[in-house]
Design a protein around this ligand. Structure first.
Ligand SMILES: [Zn+2]
Length: 177
C-alpha cells in the first residue's frame, strides 16, 4: 500500500493568496480541495494522510517522520490579477518528482482547460524549495489555477481538479513511479 501525505498549503494564520472580489482565501480553497480528495473512497489501495502545516521550518521534518511514498502540497497561484493557468512544481534533482509532476500536470490541463504553464523545476532557494528539497519522498506542489484572476467561485473548478488529481494519483501508482 502506498502512503500519500497531502498538505494543504498555508494555514489559518497565513492564508496565502487572496481574491478580494470573491472574498476567497487560498488556504480555504486548498483545504477544501484536500478534504475532498481525502474523503474519496475510490483511490484504491492508498494510505492517505492529511498533514497540517504547523510551522514552515519543521514541516519537511514532520513529513519525513510519516515515511510517505509520495507528497503532494496543494496551492493556488497569484500574480497580477490577469494571468491564468496550471503548473506543477518539482525538485530539480528528483527524477521521480519530475515524472509525478508531468502526470499530474497532464491530467489537470486536460480536465481544467486552463493554459498549460508546464511543470517547473525548482532549485534550492526558489519558491517552494523548502518542502521540495528537504523531504525524502518524491514531492510536488500543485498550482491548479490562479486564484486572484477568478471571476466566479466556480472557476476554481473544484470538481474537475479533484477528479484530475485522483486520475493522476492512480496513474502514478499504476506506473510505479
Ligand atoms: Zn500558496
Amino acid at each position: 500500500m502506498k502512503r500519500i501525505v497531502l498538505v494543504p498549503g498555508h494555514s489559518s494564520f497565513d492564508p496565502g493568496a487572496i481574491n478580494k472580489n470573491l472574498n476567497l482565501k487560498e488556504y480555504d480553497c486548498v483545504l477544501e480541495m484536500a478534504l475532498k480528495l481525502f474523503k474519496s473512497d475510490d483511490l484504491g489501495n492508498v494510505d492517505m494522510i492529511l498533514k497540517r502545516r504547523n510551522s514552515y521550518q519543521t514541516l519537511a521534518e514532520e513529513i519525513n517522520s510519516l515515511n510517505p511514498d509520495y507528497i503532494f502540497e496543494l496551492h493556488l497561484n497569484a500574480a497580477n490579477g490577469k494571468a491564468q493557468g496550471t503548473e506543477v512544481l518539482y525538485c530539480s534533482s528528483s527524477k521521480k518528482g519530475k515524472n509525478i509532476a508531468e502526470i499530474l500536470q497532464n491530467n489537470l490541463v486536460k480536465a481544467l482547460s486552463y493554459p498549460d504553464r508546464g511543470i517547473k523545476s525548482i532549485k534550492i532557494g526558489d519558491r517552494g524549495s523548502n518542502i521540495l528539497w528537504k523531504t525524502k519522498a518524491p514531492c510536488v506542489i500543485v498550482e491548479s489555477c490562479f486564484i486572484d484572476s477568478l471571476k466566479f467561485r466556480e472557476d476554481l473548478k473544484m470538481k474537475e481538479t479533484i477528479s484530475a488529481l485522483k486520475e493522476g494519483i492512480r496513474e502514478i501508482i499504476d506506473r510505479q513511479v
